[in-house]
Design a protein around this ligand. Sequence first.
Ligand SMILES: C[S@@+](CC[C@H](N)C(=O)[O-])C[C@H]1O[C@@H](n2cnc3c(N)ncnc32)[C@H](O)[C@@H]1O
Length: 238
Amino acid sequence: MSRHRVVSHERIEGVFWVTQPDGTKKLATINLALGRSVYGEKILQFKGREYRLWDPYRSKLAAAIHRGLDSVPLWRGEKVLYLGAASGTTASHISDIIGLEGRIYCVEFSQRVMRELMGHVAAYRPNIIPILADARKPEDYRMTVERVDLIYCDIAQPEQAKILADNSDIFLKDGGWIMLAIKASSIDATKAPSEIFRREIATLENRGFLGLRQISLEPYDKAHLMVVAQYRRRSREE
Ligand SMILES: C[S@@+](CC[C@H](N)C(=O)[O-])C[C@H]1O[C@@H](n2cnc3c(N)ncnc32)[C@H](O)[C@@H]1O
């Protein structure tokens, strides 16, 4: 019998709290690719289901949930565009949450990590569509990606907010959501993180994003902020 206890997250569908035998609590998602771990995370069985623990030190989305983000704009069946998917740590948990009816388009420009994403993760998860491309050039994958409900952006690059807004204008539904992980040191290591965060947020506000919510990812990621906001598609006259 499993010595773990699993309960649904209070607010977020498809996300669970696992209480381990030593009493500590970890996040988890239901494993879509049975028996396969993606980044060495623990797999456990509970009441006929297989769960993968979700490490907040490896995934900024898990860190944001641990830090109190209690409504993640992510539901079963959704279409997601993921900018900066790397080898699929966070993307794999999103793949678990949206399930086989959903789709996650994973844009990544490093050939080396793309190979890992394809061979180790996407090969076992039919809802992951890997795209080797530069997120600064959304025109290059315009024909591959459909209109999406959420864009998740974690490219650790200067001008992240602009890149995300440019992608939103092409791919995001009116009323859709964005999640942006901002790493201050990747944008400008000489400036205070608060200044960098303010600048990126101002870009999002100027580009039509509403109801911005900010979550510091400390202590899991130093000087990182997760921003969640809703998109309002502008008419041509605006
Ligand atoms: C911090 S890592 C992402 C980690 C990943 N989000 C996770 O949680 O599993 C940033 C990734 O973005 C990729 N990247 C950076 N700039 C990019 C760009 N312009 N287009 C596509 N990918 C980019 C990098 O190659 C790197 O793999």
